[in-house]
Write a protein that binds this ligand. Sequence first.
Ligand code: NAI
Length: 801
Amino acid sequence: MTNVSDAFETMDYGPAPEASERVDAWLAGHDRAFGHWIGGGWVEGSGGRFPALRPSDGSTLAQLAQATPAEVDRAVKAAREAQSRWRDLAPHRRARHLYALARGIQRNARLFAVLESMDNGKPIRESRDLDVPLVARHFLHHAGWAQLIDSEPELRDMEGVGVVGQVIPWNFPLLMLAWKVAPALAAGCTVVLKPAEHTSLTALRFAELTREVGLPDGVFNLVTGDGRVGAALVEHEGIDKVAFTGSTEVGRIIREATAGSGKRLSLELGGKSPFVVFDDADLDSVVEGVVDAIWFNQGEVCCAGSRILAHEGIAPRLIDKLRARMERLRMGDPLDKTVDMGAIVAPVQLERIRSLVAQGEAEGATVWQPSWAAPEEGWFYPPTLCTDVAPASTLAQVEVFGPVVSLMTFRTPAEAVELANDTRYGLAASVWTENVNLALDVAPAIKAGTVWVNCSNLFDAAAGFGGTRESGYGREGGIEGLREYLRPRWERHAAIRDAESEAALMATPEPVDAAAESRSAIDRTPKHYIGGRQTRPDAEASMVVRDRTGAAIAEVPRGNRKDVRNAVEAALRAQPGWAARTAHNRAQILYYLAENLALRADEIASRLQGWHRAAEPARQEVETTLERLFTYAAWADKWDGRVHGTPFRNVTLAMPEPLGVVGVVAPAEAPLLGLVSCVAPLIAMGNAVVAVPSPGFPLAAVDLYQLLDTSDVSGGVVNFVLGLREEVVPPLASHDAVDGLWAFADPNTCAEIERLSVGNMKRLWTSGGRVRNWGDRAHGEGPEFLHEAVQVKNVWVPYGE
Ligand code: NAI
């Protein structure tokens, strides 16, 4: 025992352990063994058991059940049974339930925090002061959305997507539950959740809480077990949507497993987030920022700032300061209130960290750790700073998911941005400088879902969180996150058009050489439209388009892989310049397109009529197309994001950004209106498009490109590749430079697209064969399209005192 004068001398803290009696009593009350939570009560597992281990000493906290496929099925059925009643509950009633959950979390805050730290190994300071309060905040915030859902103009024609399967990781067990469960319940969905096998205990306690606060049976269900249980859940045909947080590898497996099922999917995956330090930054704040970025939660954070990019001039000083700070970090018993870093979740993760660091060292990195030793009992890994890291090496590219940070240097802001974006991920970034101009120059240039200015790892229920590129897509938090759980109300009753009737509608043209037409009968020989020019096809192949009487009216190219590649390259070249134009300018250009269409309305209507329509609907289609161009000209400068009132010394700017290059598989029906309904919102928001027009009636695209030719839409912003779907869609869907894909097609084509687009994890919006009435504004335009045309970047900016 130290005396007071010794304590003053050393300034050492003594241990201050948090009591664990309540947790021990709760575990004992369950005989330290748990089943699943299905239909509002415990269900004993029949698939064997596995231990929940305590990372700080390796002891067993409890036995958990490995769910069988039958148990997963039972949970999904319970959620299905509860679905319609929960969806149809008055919003205010749902709001009350969410509020009751928030209060329940607050009442049990200490129990949840201690249980989390024992199960996961994270310091009690973090679970008590960050995780659990934020969990309560998520339920409270979403109680608000449940209350407002019917009065918010963007949302009032929407409803919950149905039954949601949610799979979460072990780094923030209860917080990830809240991020997933709160918006799902607010939207009117029912849930089957699978927590990570290493950390299920707080989710099990939460399940009990749902009963204590009177949540209707079956609204929340939970099955425990490893990845096989997750796989059974996401593949279950009773699931309407899958929400996943975890590794990019498993995200990809889930995307493959659900491809073709029509399930909606949101993925929050890995990261290798840059932490950019300019030479005018306040280095002492930077050091504390690094502590929050990489040593918070032992670095087991998907958005951890694991790559410090420091200006060359200040790097040596920063390294010295960091090493000094690392010497003072305290690592030990997670329940000790004076501890900064706890234990790594499981031996397998500890091993992964060790082997990646060893690999980095073998590749030439200098690895530095403080002089103090990590505890020997349990699974601890000390804070680690790696220098001499080459940008292409393991430690610069691979997610370690541990307390390991790499430091690299740059000379100019441009080089900093280049290095920041030199990763397959795009989850988060933080930027440190005293120069607000520089910070706000760099923030938009970094490819990431979140950018923190002079701060790091801040989260709030009001701000959407999520990534781009291989960090996944979809957002959690705020209205952006809520939307992931909603669909337009009409979709529930939508007719599905199968492949056969789709093919009939398209009247797929036969190859020209098989047609015995005399070419002189054909008066139009259209081409592709690529890079702002009518372009001859790569191959000679073409096909005949017939009118509704069966007479040949045109010979159109049959595009191939090379044509698609050329179109994507043209789009890639054009997109940055198009996005950089002002919204006002894009609006003007869309109005002008509408004006030109008005001038040619009669001529185009008579052609549409010749192809497939009676006189009146053809004129109507042109009229509605014109109106649609007006709609998106109007939206171009109005779909403009928000300022979230996040509860720190910040405001958070939620800025919609274009996805980049987006592929469009236009609907077979309404050839002109359907095509414009997809192209217009995308270009209004700053994307470039490569569209495959309706193969049955591709001449609508010809009329459209003639209009584009006389407009100020830059060459390459809109490209059309004509041809047979089966020949042009696969190269488009699998192209790695395409950032997003919209497909309005039969279920088979959509399924194929879902499968082909796994490679670069591009964002997908497929209709699954649901028939849209394009003339109806509820089906054919509006926030749903705009939401799909952008991704939101949340920029946290210091503000106020
Ligand atoms: P993981 O991605 O395997 O686990 C996440 C969740 O997915 C767990 O609940 C797991 O049971 C489940 N799962 C596993 N295979 C599945 C499948 N085929 N279908 C459906 N669900 C499945 O992560 P793991 O193995 O625990 O950690 C490995 C690495 O992943 C870490 O070292 C880290 O780099 C990364 N990771 C990233 C996370 C993030 O938030 N971005 C979270 C956890 C891990």
